[in-house]
Design a protein around this ligand. Structure first.
Ligand code: NAD
Length: 505
C-alpha cells in the first residue's frame, strides 16, 4: 500500500487545500486516515483552514472567469485526457478506494471505472449542450434558449463512493464551463486527493489547474461554509438525509441551488412468478455488496406470501457462501463496515429486531477474530409491515424480508418509507411489471425489473424522491443542473410589436 500511495503522490502528510495551486501552509491540523480493513493508519491529510478556504474559493472564482470562455468541445478534450489518465491509474486507485473504504477490490476498481465512464460521457456531452428554438408570436422575431455555466460548483461527497460521486459532478460540470470545489468525506480524503490531483495535473497542461479545487475538512464545518457561500451558486451534496437537511437549509437561506443525493431505503418485490435464480443473485449483490453500505443497497424484500419461505431459505443458503474478510484478497465478497459508529448502528438495529416483532434468521453478530472490530455478519430478518426499523436506513448489511399478500400491498409497502431512491421487482408477468412501473407504482427515482436496486449505470439520471432529496446526477440530461438557462428574443425587423398584442401608444 505504501508504494501505491507514493506512486499516487500521497507520501507523508498530504496537503488538503488545492486552488490555483497547492496550498500547503495554514492549518496545522491533520486528519489521520485509518483503513477499516485492519485499523492501521494509511496516511495523513492536512485539514484546510479558514484562510486556505478563502484562497481556494477566490481562486476558483477567478479561474471560472476564463474557463467559461473556452469552447465546450475544448473543455471536453481536457476531460478526455483526464479519462485517459484515470485509466492509467485505475488499478492503484481501485486499491486505494478499497483500503480507505473497506469495499472489495472488484468494487473499488468498478468505482474508478465509473469515473472513467462519466469522463467519456462528458466528452460527448461537450458537443451537445443544446437549447431549444421556439417560434415567436411576433413578426420578424426569433426566440431560443441557450445554456451558460453557473460558476463554482460545490461538491460535498459521502465516504462510500469517494471517487465516483465527485466524477459524476465534476466531469459534467467541467464540460459545462464550471469549476468544481470538492469537499470530500473526512473518512476518505486520500482517494479525493489522488483523484483530484490527477484531474488537476491534466488541466494544468492546458493552463487551467484550478478547474478542479479541493478542500479537506474534518466534520461538517467546511461543508457548511460552502453551503453558506454566495460565491458557490450550486451545491451538490451526497450523504445522509440529516446532512441534506442541514445543507438545504443553509443554501436555501441564500436562495442558492442544491442537488441533493441522500439516503435510500430500497425495496425489491418478489412475485410468485419470479425466476428464483435471479432473485437470489440480485438480492445477494444488492444486500451484501459493499457490506450494505450503498445508498442503493437492498434493505427490504417484499415477498409474496406464497414464496416468502422459499426466498428466505434460498437467501440463507446464499449468505452462508459469502466469504467475509480482507477486501483486498481474492474471493472475499464482504469487507468491514467503515467505522465503530457503523458497527454500533448495526448492533442497535439488531437489538431492536425482536422488540419490534422481527425474527433474525441469519447473522446478527459482530465477528470476532477479524483484522479489525468492524466486520459483521450479513443479516436476514423476517419482519412485519409496520416495524419502525423498516422506515430507517441502517447503513449496514441488514435485510428485512416482509411477506405481502399481493402486488398492490407490495407497492404500498415499497412507497410507505420516507426515502425514495431505488426499487425493483422480480416477475415474469407483464402486468405486474407494468403496474410497478406505472404512475401508481413505485415512487422512487430508480425502478428496475428482474434485478436488484443497486449497481446503477452512468448513462441514466441518478437520484431519488422524497427524503432522498430530488436531485439527479450523472447521465441523461442531468447536465442542465450545472447550467443556467437563458431565453433570448431577437427582433430583426423595423417595428416594435409587443407580446400578447399589447398596444402601447
Ligand atoms: P454523511 O451525511 O455523514 O456525510 C456526507 C458528507 O457530508 C461528508 O462530506 C460530511 O463531511 C458532510 N457533512 C456532514 N454533515 C454536514 C453538515 N451538517 N453540513 C455540511 N456538510 C456535512 O454521510 P456518509 O456517512 O458519508 O454516507 C452515507 C450516507 O450517504 C447514506 O445515507 C447514503 O445513503 C448516502 N449516500 C447517498 C447517495 C446518493 O446518491 N443518493 C450516494 C452515496 C451515499
Amino acid at each position: 500500500m505504501r508504494d501505491i500511495l507514493s506512486s499516487l503522490g500521497l507520501q507523508g502528510v498530504s496537503p488538503g487545500a488545492f486552488g490555483k495551486s497547492v496550498l500547503s501552509s495554514g492549518s496545522s491540523s491533520e486528519l489521520a486516515v485509518k483503513s477499516p480493513i485492519n485499523g492501521e493508519e494509511i496516511g495523513r491529510v492536512r485539514v484546510a483552514g479558514g484562510e486556505e478556504y478563502e484562497r481556494v474559493v477566490s481562486d476558483s472564482v477567478e479561474v471560472f472567469r476564463e474557463w467559461r470562455k473556452v469552447p465546450a468541445p475544448e473543455r471536453g478534450e481536457v476531460v478526455r485526457r483526464i479519462g485517459l489518465a484515470l485509466r492509467d491509474s485505475k488499478a492503484k486507485l481501485g486499491r486505494l478506494v478499497s483500503a480507505e473504504t473497506g469495499k472489495i477490490l472488484a468494487e473499488g476498481e468498478g468505482e474508478v471505472q465509473e469515473a472513467i465512464d462519466i469522463a467519456d460521457f462528458a466528452v460527448g456531452l461537450s458537443r451537445q449542450l443544446y437549447g431549444l428554438t421556439m417560434h415567436s408570436e411576433r413578426r420578424n422575431h426569433r426566440m431560443y434558449e441557450q445554456w451558460h455555466p453557473l460558476g463554482v460548483v460545490g461538491v460535498i461527497t459521502a465516504f462510500n463512493f469517494p471517487a465516483a460521486v465527485w466524477a459524476w459532478n465534476s466531469m459534467i460540470a467541467a464540460v459545462c464551463g464550471n469549476v468544481t470545489l470538492w469537499k470530500p468525506s473526512e473518512l476518505a480524503p486520500l482517494t479525493a486527493v489522488a483523484m483530484n490531483s490527477i484531474a488537476r495535473e491534466v488541466a494544468k497542461g492546458y493552463g487551467f489547474e484550478g478547474v478542479f479545487s479541493l478542500v479537506v475538512g474534518n466534520g461538517p464545518d467546511l461543508g457548511q461554509k460552502i453551503a453558506a457561500d454566495r460565491r458557490v451558486p450550486v451545491v451538490s451534496a451526497t450523504g445522509s438525509c440529516r446532512m441534506g437537511r442541514a445543507v438545504a437549509k443553509t443554501v436555501g437561506e441564500r436562495l442558492g441551488r442544491t442537488i441533493l443525493e441522500l439516503g435510500g431505503n430500497n425495496a425489491t418485490i418478489v412475485m410468485p412468478d419470479a425466476d428464483m435464480k435471479l432473485v437470489t443473485a440480485g438480492i445477494l449483490f444488492g444486500a451484501v455488496g459493499t457490506a450494505g453500505q450503498r445508498c442503493t443497497s437492498i434493505r427490504r424484500v417484499l415477498a409474496h406470501e406464497s414464496v416468502c419461505n422459499e426466498v428466505v431459505s434460498s437467501l440463507v443458503a446464499a449468505y452462508k457462501q459469502v466469504r467475509i474478510g480482507n477486501p483486498l484478497e481474492k474471493g472475499t465478497l464482504m469487507g468491514p463496515l467503515i467505522h465503530s459508529g457503523a458497527v454500533d448502528a448495526y448492533r442497535a438495529a439488531i437489538t431492536r429486531v425482536p422488540k419490534e416483532g422481527g425474527d433474525i434468521v441469519y447473522g446478527g453478530n459482530v465477528l470476532p477474530g477479524m483484522p479489525s472490530a468492524l466486520y459483521v455478519e450479513p443479516t436476514i430478518v423476517r419482519a412485519k409491515r409496520g416495524m419502525p426499523l423498516l422506515a430507517e436506513e441502517t447503513f449496514a448489511p441488514i435485510l428485512y424480508v416482509v411477506p405481502v399478500k399481493d402486488l398492490a400491498e407490495a407497492i404500498e409497502v415499497n412507497n410507505e418509507v420516507p426515502q425514495g431512491l431505488s426499487s425493483s421487482i422480480f416477475s415474469r408477468n407483464m402486468q405486474n411489471v407494468e403496474r410497478f412501473l406505472s404512475a401508481s407504482g413505485s415512487d422512487c427515482g430508480i425502478a428496475n425489473v428482474n434485478m436488484g436496486t443497486s449497481g446503477a449505470e452512468i448513462g441514466g439520471a441518478f437520484g431519488g424522491e422524497k427524503d432522498t432529496g430530488g436531485g439527479r446526477e450523472s447521465g441523461s440530461d442531468s447536465w442542465r443542473q450545472y447550467m443556467r438557462r437563458q431565453t433570448c428574443n431577437i427582433n430583426y425587423g423595423d417595428d416594435m410589436p409587443l407580446a400578447q398584442g399589447v398596444v402601447f401608444s
